[in-house]
Design a binder for this molecule. Structure first.
Ligand code: UGA
Length: 449
């Protein structure tokens, strides 16, 4: 099929690349003309595993193209995926002005009927507003567009794998024809007729995706309800960690045992510095706001958000308690990205940690496998090191902020003599307290003795 993708951020670029890899003809556009220029030149503006290789082969096969002219992109596709940002306003409400802009462009630029698909995370009822906007901006006030919602469940870092091996594909539609078109778009994925860049043709067969057809309102709600529930799970584990510290229990033992119950599940129960990124924090806020706007008080989510914010305070309390005086201390921050396997630092807990350490007068050295160049623009006063052992050289404390494998496998025996003081405050519970103490470290983590 001929598809258009509006917005070449994480979601748009991964969606466009994967749909092209699955055999469709994709035209991508973005208001960021520099980004389009780089994509046209074969550069990949974000770090995401496998993205570069699938973009390259789609490009060589002539299945993906980029244009800064939104009108051209809109006219090229029979179906248009809207993948623009919906950032939070001051109030927490999602800012939908980019969606509105795109609706206007589609209505003005399209020359034939289109299926307009919301992929951006939006509050419930946005589809209805989108349909109204498309009609309002169309000549004669009558829309020839069908609207659908197709939320994404891609995690940064594993987005390409998630796209090709989804648990579920949710399509919110108003009529059967839109569901049929979306089924056709996802047919290569549902029938596994694509070359998987992750497994190279050896994909596990046990995992069949459910194709769920719902109303548009339900599809939109499914997305917010899913992300918020995962965030809630993390905050729950973090409160259990606080309890473990007071009582003298081990949060890893507790959450491991809890997770073996399939009704609970073991994922997203890792206690630590809490959740960050451009999805959970803003989606939780937007969901609280949406609930309030229809008279539902989502107290549970307000607590989720509050607990998450407290993680940074708790972490810094541990740092202060261990260091006594923070001012003038050399602190090595291990990890800047909001989680492992991404260069994304948006709403990363590590950034708040760095900011507060600088405010308190610490001398901050930082390392991250992918996120240094992005962090540099925010914190020019920090000294950055590609090599974690260099960040640790002369440090009074090592603070683990992101769960990168390279940090999990760090040779602390080698690091110890490099450091001025053997102190590790682990915000991601990566190491065994017993092992670290055996190596002679003063070691603090979350929810463990
Ligand atoms: C999240 C969802 O997992 C995706 O399904 C969804 O599609 C995406 O948001 C989105 O809405 O676009 P992502 O933001 O990439 O994906 O990150 P996650 O892997 O979910 O992690 C979020 C945060 O939670 C990270 O800061 C991570 O370190 C933290 N986390 C995760 C914990 O603190 N504990 C855990 O047990 C798991």
């Amino acid at each position: 099929m001929r598809l258009s993708v509006i917005g070449c951020g994480y979601v748009g670029l991964v969606t466009g690349a994967c749909l092209a890899a699955a055999g469709h003809e994709v035209t991508c556009t973005d208001i960021d003309t520099e980004r389009i220029r780089r994509l046209q030149a074969g550069e990949v503006p974000i770090y995401e595993e496998h993205l570069e290789e699938i973009l390259k082969s789609a490009r060589e096969a002539g299945r993906i193209s980029y244009t800064a002219d939104a009108g051209e992109a809109i006219r090229a596709g029979d179906a248009i995926f809207i993948c623009v940002g919906t950032p939070p306003k001051e109030s927490g409400e999602a800012d939908l002005s980019a969606i509105d802009q795109v609706a206007r462009q589609i209505a003005e630029q399209a020359r034939s009927p289109k299926l307009v698909i919301e992929k951006s995370t939006v509050p419930a009822r946005t589809g209805l507003e989108l349909q109204r906007a498309l009609a309002a901006y169309s000549s004669g006030g009558k829309s020839t567009f069908r609207v659908a919602s197709n939320p994404e469940f891609l995690r940064e870092g594993t987005a390409v794998g998630d796209f090709f091996h989804p648990d579920r594909i949710v399509v919110g539609v108003e009529d059967e024809s839109a569901a049929a078109d979306l089924r056709e778009i996802y047919r290569p994925i549902l029938e596994r007729k694509f070359h998987c860049p992750v497994h190279k043709g050896t994909c596990p067969t046990s995992h069949d995706a459910a194709f769920l057809v719902t109303t548009i309102n339900s599809a939109e709600l499914i997305k917010h309800a899913s992300n918020s529930f995962l965030a809630l799970k993390i905050s729950y584990a973090n409160v259990i960690a606080d309890l473990c510290e007071r009582i003298g229990a081990d949060v890893k033992e507790v959450t491991h045992a809890m997770g073996l119950d399939p009704r609970i599940g073991g994922q997203f129960l890792s206690a630590g510095l809490g959740f960050g990124g451009f999805c959970f924090p803003k989606d939780v806020q937007a969901f609280i706001h949406l609930a309030a706007s229809v008279g539902v008080d989502f107290d549970l989510l307000k607590a989720t958000e509050r607990v998450n914010k407290q993680r940074i305070d708790r972490f810094l309390e541990k740092v202060r308690k261990a260091l006594w005086v923070v001012r003038g201390k050399h602190v090595a921050v291990l990890g800047l990205a909001f989680k492992a396997n991404t260069d994304d630092i948006r709403f990363a807990p590590a950034l708040e940690v760095v900011k507060r350490l600088l405010e308190e007068g610490a001398i901050v050295h930082a390392t991250d496998p992918e996120a240094i160049s992005k962090a540099k623009t925010l914190f020019p006063r920090v000294t950055y090191h590609e090599d974690p052992y260099e960040a640790l050289r002369g440090a009074d404390a090592a603070l683990v902020c992101t769960e990168w494998e390279i940090f999990r496998n760090l040779d602390w025996k080698r690091a110890k003599p490099l450091m001025a003081r053997g102190l590790v405050v682990d915000g991601r519970n990566l190491y065994s307290p017993k092992h670290m103490r055996e190596l002679g470290f003063e070691y603090y983590s979350f929810g463990r003795a």
